[in-house]
Design a protein around this ligand. Structure first.
Ligand code: ZN
Length: 179
């Protein structure tokens, strides 16, 4: 079944490199999320859908912040996800919760450094063909933008990653049960 593989290989937030392993579930986060009408599994499923919507949009080769903002308008699942993460952030007492949610979701979708397009190096000026030069000053060479909103942003990214893990896990379980 190709679906299973797609889900399996689906986006795992390489953006959130600080914490790639899913820790034991943090009770308070889950409660806070459920209060917004979402379970981690539901949020995770919405995030996977959102990411495939994002993958399905035609993007310019070098995506700028402005391009990205325009593209967000075409993502049907985006408002739902921002609303859930925003409610979660608000209940956790984070400042500007919906702004935080918007920034974190945008980063989750696209964390590539816009200055170097993820290469981590500047291109040599005036080279006859693309040649890598100095380390990119914007990202310090890791090819990723800086996550938004400090610790609160990281917390939101972690919530999203854990929710995606949860959704994958329950999809796998469902597939196993239907065999
Ligand atoms: Zn860069």
């Amino acid at each position: 079944m190709t679906d299973a593989r797609t889900v399996d290989e689906a986006y795992s937030s390489a953006c959130n490199t600080d914490d790639l392993t899913v820790k034991a579930e943090r009770r308070s986060d889950v409660d806070t999320l459920i209060a917004s009408g979402m379970t981690p599994g539901l949020l995770g499923a919405a995030l996977l859908r959102l990411h495939s919507e994002w993958d399905g949009t035609a993007k310019p080769r070098k995506l700028t912040e402005t391009d990205a903002r325009l593209l967000y308008g075409s993502l049907k699942t985006l408002p739902k996800v921002i609303d859930a993460v925003g409610q979660w952030a608000s209940r956790k007492g984070y400042r500007d919760p919906y702004e935080l949610a918007g920034g974190a979701v945008a980063y989750w979708l696209d964390c590539v450094c816009h200055a170097c397009s993820g290469r981590g190096r500047e291109l040599m000026p005036n080279a006859s063909r693309p040649t890598l030069g100095n380390i990119c000053r914007a990202c310090g060479g890791n090819g990723r933008r800086r996550p938004p909103a400090g610790e609160a942003g990281k917390d939101a990214l972690r919530l999203m990653d854990e929710s995606v893990e949860r959704a994958r896990w329950s999809i796998k379980k469902r597939l196993r049960n239907s065999e």
